[in-house]
Unconditional design. Sequence first.
Length: 70
Amino acid sequence: MKISRGRCRLKELLEERRIKQIDLARRTGYSRHLISNWANNQDKMSADVMINIAYALDCKMEDLYELIFE
């Protein structure tokens, strides 16, 4: 079985936690522009970025994207 990343769930996770993109930018050091791109599925996060974002949001890396099982 192959697992791949689908749609980014960052926007949903931020809403659930009532965290604004600018606040996540401050916590992580990533620009608001990058966070917006990830949240709006315009770009995919690297594994290193996913580790940092997951830590900042107190979730698992796997929570950041919908998983596609093939």
